[in-house]
Design a protein around this ligand. Structure first.
Ligand SMILES: Cc1cc2nc3c(=O)[nH]c(=O)nc-3n(C[C@H](O)[C@H](O)[C@H](O)COP(=O)(O)OP(=O)(O)OC[C@H]3O[C@@H](n4cnc5c(N)ncnc54)[C@H](O)[C@@H]3O)c2cc1C
Length: 392
């Protein structure tokens, strides 16, 4: 016998918890919802940064916000105003703690801790199977569990890159940071062949910041490999030889145009597992908010929560593939591409473009600001890959 619910939410991380929240806000409080995760959350396992023009659905949880960012590229350094956007940071510990208080108040949401081994489409319902043999059913299942890597090196039809990073929350003995200015990308670090490397600096106050050494590449690094370049950056660019490391954040995010099995009948995948990570930047949190809000809205209006095809999304998916192709085939260096983008466009246009909110005209402006030859060759290569994938 299986337990049946209206909605099964599998994975209670950023996407699963956000979906639960947006379902309630959309008025679906009479639906029986089951929220499943392997284990309760503990501590600050990640920090989410994103930009937005208005208020976040989780605005009270925003730990820090900045109206300007520093960018250091190739022969270009500037402090850029983000307005009307703000760059914001939410610490996952605060996000999880909010839900620890909020969930018990939602009488229609039940929580269970299970190690899920399969989420299946059953035709007119979805089924979730746990390692201990528990079987659950729902009208819909929304899963953010990634059962297999989204792509593999060697698949000629897709680009399979990773964004990987090590960040330290450092406490300096003297005032070393400008609390009003976050550093979005600092490329003044040795660039490896076929890789993109840069540093983020996210100041909490004059003495404390999250400093993150980030790499885009085909293969991830062992933890130790980030330590020396991170220490070198702290010393050379921030003048810090002595500091306390209060927290560490190690992360890997897929940057791929591989097709995610995002929807299979009654199973809808959300979050990174559902392809909500922007392939060209790794940013996910805001896309998760948009997606889970759209799902909640659709269900509340009695529509299907499946995504509708969109020309805008298809266009931006092409831009993402083209950028990955430029990097993968080394048609231009990452530092050059990002410098062109930020030096030759108003910052708000770049952010709107990365949010996929630009008009065609703005997209032409963005395209004409980068190395046209490299990008046109990459566009041709991507279209050819797609044709090959479609026709074998
Ligand atoms: C360290 C780090 C920092 C990041 N920083 C940013 C950032 O600054 N900005 C941004 O936009 N994005 C960022 N990301 C990317 C992305 O926003 C996060 O990975 C985000 O948490 C993705 O949400 P999710 O719900 O898809 O996955 P998760 O938050 O990882 O949630 C998946 C959930 O599924 C559960 N689960 C897994 N397997 C099972 C199983 N078999 N059974 C039951 N439950 C299971 C997990 O316990 C987890 O709770 C970051 C990622 C990492 C790793």
């Amino acid at each position: 016998m299986s337990d049946c619910f209206d909605y099964l939410i599998v994975g209670a991380g950023a996407a699963g918890l956000s979906l639960a929240y947006h379902l309630q806000r959309a008025g679906l409080t009479s639906k029986r919802i089951l929220l499943i995760d392997r284990a309760p959350k503990a501590g600050n396992d990640r920090t989410w940064c994103f930009w937005e023009a208005g208020e976040s659905p989780f605005e009270p949880l925003v730990f820090r916000r900045w109206e300007r960012v520093a960018f250091h590229g190739e022969n270009f350094s500037a402090v850029l105003s983000l307005l009307p956007y703000r760059y914001k940071m939410i610490r996952s510990a605060d996000f999880y703690a909010f839900f620890e208080d909020w969930l018990p108040l939602q009488t229609n949401i039940e929580r269970r801790f299970l190690d899920v081994v399969a989420v299946e489409d059953g035709g007119d319902h979805a089924r979730v199977i746990a390692r201990d043999g528990t079987v659950l059913c729902g009208e819909w299942a929304f899963s953010s569990v990634m059962f297999a890597p989204p792509c593999a090196q060697g698949d000629a039809q897709v680009h399979c890159w990773w964004q990987h990073f090590l960040g330290w929350v450092v406490r300096a003995p003297r005032a070393a940071f400008d609390p009003e200015t976050a550093t979005l990308m600092d490329f003044r670090v040795a660039q490896g062949e076929g890789e993109v490397r840069f540093v983020y600096v996210l100041p909490f106050d004059a003495h404390t910041a999250l400093v993150e050494f980030t790499v885009f590449s085909r293969a991830v690094w062992a933890r130790e490999a980030y330590c020396d370049p991170l220490r070198a950056y702290l010393c050379e660019h921030l003048g810090l030889r002595e500091y306390a490391v209060l927290e560490e954040e190690l992360g890997v995010i897929p940057m791929t145009d591989a097709r995610f099995a995002a929807e299979q009948g009654r199973v809808i995948r959300i979050g990174t597992a559902g392809g909500d990570t922007k392939p060209s930047t790794g940013y996910t949190f805001q896309r998760v908010q948009r997606r889970t809000q759209a799902i909640a809205r659709a269900l509340a209006q009695g529509r299907t929560p499946r995504r509708q095809p969109s020309f805008r999304r298809a266009r931006h998916a092409l831009f993402d593939s083209v950028l990955l192709n430029v990097l993968d085939e080394r048609r231009d260096r990452g530092v050059h591409v990002f410098t062109d983008l930020f030096a030759r466009n108003p910052t708000a246009r770049v952010l709107r473009f990365l949010d996929e909110d630009t008009s065609l005209l703005e997209e032409l402006c963005v395209m004409s600001s980068v190395n046209m030859r490299a990008f046109l060759t990459a566009t041709a290569a991507v279209l050819l890959k797609r044709l090959r994938a479609a026709f074998g």
